[in-house]
Design a protein. Structure first.
Length: 102
């Protein structure tokens, strides 16, 4: 069974909405996604240690584009020029900011 979202809401450049097959919705601000970026420049490939200081990411960051990576992930171009992150569906589900608050 595919874990891809049914719908990806990306009209508002300051957020991304993911509607999953089971009817739940996960909403990220673009800033939250930028801080979660899993690419080799943000997370050390071998040690898994974060290389990105979350405080260095502006609260008003936006995205200028999103595209699908195969059927398994989403990639974004952020307003700080960063575009190397691949956000897989399981990762996007697991890091739901609303779930983290509770
Ligand atoms: Zn990155």
């Amino acid at each position: 069974m595919s874990t891809a979202p049914k719908r990806i809401g990306r009209r508002d450049p300051s957020r991304i909405e993911l509607d999953w097959q089971d009817g739940t919705r996960t909403t990220y601000s673009t800033t939250q996604l930028r801080r979660l970026c899993p690419c080799a420049r943000c997370i050390h490939e071998l040690t898994g240690k974060p290389l990105l200081d979350p405080a260095s990411v502006s609260e008003d960051i936006t995205h200028s584009g999103t595209h699908l990576v195969g059927t398994y992930a989403l990639s974004l171009t952020f307003s700080d020029g960063h575009n190397t992150g691949i956000f897989t569906w399981p990762m996007l589900r697991q890091n739901d900011p609303a779930a983290a608050d509770s």
